[in-house]
Design a protein around this ligand. Structure first.
Ligand code: B12
Ligand code: SF4
Length: 258
């Protein structure tokens, strides 16, 4: 039984023929951290799975609660749309989340193959969505989403209030069992993120519209535990911090160094 199918779209930039390595699908792994405790999740990474379409069709036949894709602006939209169309045709609700959906939710929802857009940090929203599709929660009670009032062409787009920022200290170890982690280790290095947002407001920067100059982070102790988890379990040597500004919290940076 598969409860939720998550999808990491490729872009030509992430194709292995042009990129030396494929980075761990961190957005989906982090967003799945809470959901994973109660539900079975399948993660399909189109960047490395040549057979992604067959695998998606096989998983959709198991009638998951919903299909969720992450997406950056640009090339990945094309691939996320293709996968969404396959899911929708199979009668499975389609949810988009991630940077692009957060920046342009209404444009995304205008597509007939997208039912719901999750904006901002998605951990709590993903759990509420599973409850919703299990019939335990009405859609107007799910924080952090945009959705269509009905399935007609005249449907209105409704925005629910934002979800609470994720308490990063409650994430726990990432659900690495849903992927083959070794596939993403390059030069004994793996990507990780221990904070979100940034308090500054550089005019060109995406973190300003996405996080509204707010910063929150995992404690030094928890960050250390996560690093230890990867070092011990996957024998990596380096952790690549893929976050807006690791050095905002100098105390944490110093304490991790020690
Ligand atoms: C790691 C990273 C990469 C890595 C890995 C990319 C990958 N595909 O995994 C590499 C180095 C390869 C990379 C490359 C590129 N990147 Co990049 N990258 C990042 C970075 C630094 C961190 C992303 C991350 O993992 N964050 C941690 C996760 C947990 O956060 P998140 O993605 O926001 O996910 C949260 C929510 O968005 C939401 N969510 C996400 N997905 C989903 C899905 C569902 C269903 C739900 C409900 C919720 C949800 O919940 C998550 C947890 O709360 C960001 C900058 C940043 N600070 O975010 C830029 C960033 C995402 N990259 C960006 C860009 C432009 C690119 C490139 C196109 C650059 C280029 N020209 O080559 C390429 C192409 C990438 C590709 N298509 O694969 C832009 C995206 C802008 C946009 N409008 O989409 C960003 C925001 C940087 C920037 N400042 O402009 N990137
Ligand atoms: S993350 Fe860097 S570029 Fe973005 S607002 Fe903060 S300091 Fe400026």
């Amino acid at each position: 039984m598969t409860d939720v199918v998550l999808f990491q779209p490729k872009s030509d930039l992430s194709d292995e023929s042009v990129s030396r390595s494929i980075s761990i699908p961190l957005s989906l792994l982090q967003v799945a951290s809470f959901l994973h405790k109660k539900h079975s999740i399948v993660l399909i990474d189109q960047r490395i799975e040549k057979n992604w379409k067959n695998r998606l069709l096989t998983e959709l036949k198991k009638k998951p609660l919903f299909f969720g894709t992450t997406c950056y602006t640009g090339e990945p939209i094309k691939w996320a749309l293709e996968a969404s169309k396959i899911a929708k045709t199979a009668g499975i609700p389609v949810v988009w989340g991630g940077i692009h959906a957060t920046l342009l939710p209404e444009q995304a929802l205008a597509n007939e193959n997208i039912d719901i857009v999750a904006y901002g940090e998605g951990e709590n929203t993903l759990v509420s969505l599973a409850d919703h599709f299990l019939g335990k929660r009405p859609i107007n009670d799910i924080k952090g989403i945009y959705y269509k009032s009905d399935s007609s062409d005249e449907a209105k787009i409704i925005k629910n209030p934002p979800a609470q920022p994720t308490d990063l200290n409650k994430l726990g170890p990432l659900p690495t069992d849903i992927i083959n982690v070794n596939r993403y280790i390059n030069n004994k290095t793996i990507g990780f993120a221990s904070s979100r947002g940034c308090p500054f407001s550089c005019t060109f920067c995406i973190n300003v519209p996405i996080y509204g100059r707010k910063y929150h982070a995992m404690s030094a102790d928890n960050t250390f535990e996560q690093a230890k988890f990867f070092i011990e379990k996957f024998k990596i040597t380096y952790l690549l911090f893929l976050e807006a500004d690791f050095f905002i919290d100098k105390k944490k940076a110093w304490s991790l160094q020690n």
